[in-house]
Design a protein. Structure first.
Length: 291
């Protein structure tokens, strides 16, 4: 395999160079072992409202391979999905995230956490019931968990997917529609999926401040989502100008490096504590107004 070093000096596994089967199999075996050894970690990225209030955290999986360095989630999730390991990975992520939510709650930090689930999970028989059982086991109310899904859940057996999602929302779990606008977004999906939040994909947000068409797409998406009673979160907000444009377009919350990248649990705890009830403040907004 090939590896390069990122800015922090940690090796980053380069996926494109070795899509050959033996290597994928090797990586799959390593992932299975890493899950058993609890070497896979979750980092947490805040979703904040425009008044600075923390709306929640998204759990994002992180794996540092002992020899290859950081393996990007997109890469090993694809492998887990095509190999049958996905349900195991999702159980691991849910278990870890709910344990963390319970710990935060015991410290007086009542912050909801969103977990990404793959179409495979939604099609696993008994998924809704197993999520409910896990919540109960951790003593975490369903309202403190959100599941991020994509429209891909409807690709195969849409009726079964709809039943599972109805089961989850019936238990009180909130659903969010991730990466909206990519792939084959359709209004039919919005009507069929019992989601309460829509996340506008980073690809539309990134150039919002400089590209009039992207801005128009975001405006229409926000209006559509609001007319359906959904909250709108923009992904990948990296600068002040984008933040301001999104606020002006009526978006409800943002996520992105402007606020914070995904952080390890201890750092997230410190981040949450430091904000307290005041919420997150934009560096620019925190400056005294020019005289
Ligand atoms: P996603 O759910 O759409 O997550 C957003 C991705 O954008 C994350 O990448 C996040 O680190 C990154 N991001 C956040 N803010 C910014 C920003 O301001 N600029 C830029 N350039 N990027 C930003 P990450 O962590 O590499 O995850 C990639 C994808 O892998 C996720 O996309 C999600 O689809 C999947 N994934 C991550 N964790 C899990 C998991 O536990 N289970 C499943 N099934 N999928 C996961
Ligand atoms: Mg997500
Ligand atoms: Mg997303
Ligand atoms: Mg995305």
């Amino acid at each position: 395999y090939q590896a390069k070093r990122d800015r922090t000096g940690v090796e980053v596994y380069e996926s494109k160079r070795d899509s050959n089967t033996p290597d994928r199999l090797g990586l799959l075996g390593d992932l299975r072992r890493a899950l058993d050894a609890h070497e896979v970690e979750l980092h947490y990225q805040p979703k904040v409202r425009f008044d600075g209030q923390v709306a929640g955290l998204e759990a994002l999986v992180r794996w540092v391979h002992p020899e290859r360095g950081k393996v990007p989630p997109d890469e090993f999730i694809a492998i887990a999905e095509s190999s049958g390991l996905m349900p195991h990975l999702t159980e691991y992520v849910l278990e870890t995230a709910l344990g963390q939510v319970a710990e935060w709650r015991s410290q007086g930090l009542f912050v909801p956490v969103a977990v990404n689930v793959s179409p495979r999970d939604v099609h696993t028989p008994g998924f809704a019931g197993s999520v409910a059982a896990r919540l109960a086991r951790h003593g975490v109310p369903a309202g403190a968990l959100q599941l991020e899904i994509t429209e891909h859940v409807l690709l195969e057996d849409p009726q079964r997917a709809a039943d599972t999602l109805a089961g989850l929302t019936g238990h009180g779990v909130k659903m969010s529609l991730d990466d909206f606008g990519t792939g084959y977004s359709s209004l039919v999906h919005l009507r069929r999926l019992p989601v309460s939040e829509l996340k506008i994909d980073r690809s539309f947000v990134a150039r919002l401040a400089v590209d009039a068409e992207d801005a128009e797409i975001v405006r229409c998406t926000v209006d559509l989502a609001h007319s359906l009673g959904l909250l709108v979160v923009a992904e990948g907000v990296e600068d002040d100008e984008t933040w301001e444009r999104l606020r002006d377009l009526g978006c409800d919350a943002v996520q992105g490096w402007l606020v914070a990248a995904a952080m390890p649990p201890e750092e997230t705890t410190a981040w949450l504590r430091a904000r307290g009830s005041r919420g997150w403040q934009r560096p620019a907004a925190a400056l005294p107004a020019a005289a």
